[in-house]
Design a protein. Structure first.
Length: 84
């Protein structure tokens, strides 16, 4: 699955997508916040971690995904431009 393919709506597929495109820790934190609807504080308390660690993982995971999407977009644009 490419990064710009449709993101699975939920469940284990969504968790796997987050983990595949970031890291295991970031993927799990993103899943807990985005899919399960927990706040960073709630998830940190449930996992006995610091809220700032969870928030940082979530933020960096999102940044990583956006960056990879932009790289793929540029690559596709270059391929299209080279066909002209």
């Amino acid at each position: 699955m490419e990064l710009n393919d449709e993101v699975p709506a939920g469940g284990i597929e969504r968790l796997a997508w987050f983990m595949r495109h970031t890291s295991a820790a970031r993927g799990v934190d993103m899943y807990a916040i985005e899919v399960e609807g927990l706040t960073a504080s709630e998830w940190a308390e449930l996992t006995d971690r610091n809220r700032s660690t969870v928030s940082r993982n979530y933020r960096r995971g999102n940044e990583e995904i956006v960056k990879k999407q932009e790289v793929e977009r540029r690559k596709r644009q270059q391929e299209e431009d080279s066909k002209i």
